[in-house]
Design a protein around this ligand. Structure first.
Ligand code: SF4
Length: 411
């Protein structure tokens, strides 16, 4: 398929502001309102001597009408607009590249700093659903990732830093705005229907910023999304899953990828710290707290299908055993190889057979449709070409060859 590359669009300068301290009128740096949750913005308005209800008004302009110019906020007095203009700004991260695929998938690359590699990607995938068109946005939470899952291109670039709230919510803002930039302000609508915190980085290792960003997503003064339509996907940071139970009600997905500790230690190294028994128990606690809430009726299990590594029939049997007491829906993800990837994608037959075993055991098990291949937007390709800093590729090729040899010898 051909690539429909859209011209580079420099929207704004990189922003690094945290939404905590209001700027003084005599300082150069302005406060970025984009990433503030409602309580944070209410406090900001009180701190500058204004009524806190202004927060809801301004949030609507920002997140529902995609306005960045205070002059367009017509229900706010001219005097206050002038004041805000002097001390605040509404600034999304700079878009350095955007691609729109023929199948409707959209990808943006944002610059979030000056250093080489200070880039994050955001992918929007549309899909027809019985309730109508869904536009699901996969949002990044960190620049790079420290967890180094062996099949993940993001893990190969190491960890640089956490994204700020403005940089996280700015991805959602920009995706919505991309459908509305030519629409008159008062006719604009929110277009993104679903969010998954599943892009670059481990969201639970940037907990506060991710939590506040998800609160903005759920807030009726901002995106007003249903809690069932906001999903946090984690590789298994157990204490933070328990913390989420207290802090927010959204859907939970687990990047499982292996049904036993030995294999998961290799594929998802955080498993050495929080092994499967602890992870499954945390998922059960997450569901148990509020079992009658639809967002917490089940956990989504993500399982990338790696040829000859985790796709054998006995792995499916181990999955059945592992998940037997956890209400779950399983999503099998055909692996998308990236440059120097140490794995290949399981064959279609192998994936279907794996799915059948799980379905026959009573699980809802789907195979993720591969989308956006023509723009490198599919999962696992978020970083593009990165150097494989480890020798893991070589080691894994040997291991797969050995595994296949054993399988052959067993007939
Ligand atoms: S799969 Fe997720 S947690 Fe693992 S290295 Fe990649 S971004 Fe990090």
């Amino acid at each position: 398929m051909s690539t429909e590359a859209v011209a580079v669009s420099a929207v704004s300068e990189p922003q690094q502001h945290t939404p905590s301290a209001p700027a003084q009128a005599n300082t150069v740096e302005k406060v970025n309102l984009l990433g503030m949750s409602r309580p944070q913005m209410e406090k900001f308005f009180e701190d500058i001597g204004e009524k806190k209800f202004r927060a809801g008004q301004v949030m609507k302009w920002i997140h529902q009408f995609f306005v960045t110019d205070f002059a367009e906020m017509t229900n706010i007095s001219g005097k206050l607009r002038e004041k805000l203009e002097k001390i605040c700004e509404i600034k999304a991260p700079e878009v350095v590249h955007k691609n729109y695929s023929k199948d409707g998938t959209r990808k943006w690359v944002f610059r979030v700093g000056d250093g080489e590699g200070s880039l994050v990607e955001t992918v929007l995938i549309p899909a027809e659903h019985r309730s109508g068109l869904r536009r699901t946005l996969c949002i990044s939470s960190q620049v790079g990732c420290a967890l180094d899952c062996s099949f993940c291109s993001t893990g190969k670039q190491g960890f640089q830093r956490d994204l700020t709230q403005a940089e996280i919510i700015g991805q959602l803002w920009m995706a919505n705005y991309s459908y509305m930039e030519d629409v008159p302000v008062l006719e604009r609508e929110r277009s993104v229907t679903n969010v998954v915190m599943m892009g670059m980085g481990e969201p639970l290792l940037n907990y506060d910023a991710v939590l506040n960003s998800m609160r903005i997503m759920l807030d009726d003064f901002a995106y007003g999304m249903s809690k069932r339509r906001v999903t946090l996907s984690t590789s298994g940071v157990v204490p933070k899953i328990d913390q989420m139970v207290k802090d927010i009600d959204v859907a939970l997905a687990i990047s499982l990828h292996a049904p036993n500790d030995e294999l998961r230690n290799e594929l998802v190294p955080i498993n050495k710290k929080y092994p499967l028994e602890q992870l499954i128990a945390a998922c059960q606690r997450y569901i148990a707290k509020d079992g009658n809430e639809s967002s917490r009726k089940h956990v989504t299990i993500e399982y990338v299908m790696l040829d000859g590594v985790n796709d054998h029939p006995e792995h499916a049997q181990q999955m059945i055993k592992l998940l037997k007491n956890l209400p779950s829906k399983i999503n099998l993800i055909p692996f998308n190889p990236f440059p120097h990837a140490p794995y290949g994608r399981s064959s279609r037959n192998r994936i279907i057979s794996f799915q059948k075993t799980l379905s026959d055991a009573g699980f809802v098990c789907t195979i993720r449709q591969t989308r956006g291949d023509d723009i490198d937007a599919a999962c696992g390709q978020l970083v593009g070409q990165v150097a494989d800093r480890t020798r893991r590729a070589e080691q894994w090729k040997k291991k797969i060859a050995q595994s296949n040899e054993i399988m052959r010898s067993q007939g």
